[in-house]
Design a protein around this ligand. Sequence first.
Ligand code: ZN
Length: 66
Amino acid sequence: MEILRFQVEDIVELKKPHPCGSKEFKILRVGSQMRIACMGCSHDMTIDRIKLEKAVKRFVKKGVDE
Ligand SMILES: [Zn+2]
């Protein structure tokens, strides 16, 4: 199983779109509780890291080169 390494400024595409229609979210804070912001409407929310890992379809952009 792939291990997802989230970092601040990463942009991820989720499997389910936000009500505004955008599927892309930016990582604002990393931890057991993640904070993400919708790229479509700027709405931000807190989500369990485990839930987010399951919800992510792919990384659109990595914020920091590894
Ligand atoms: Zn939105």
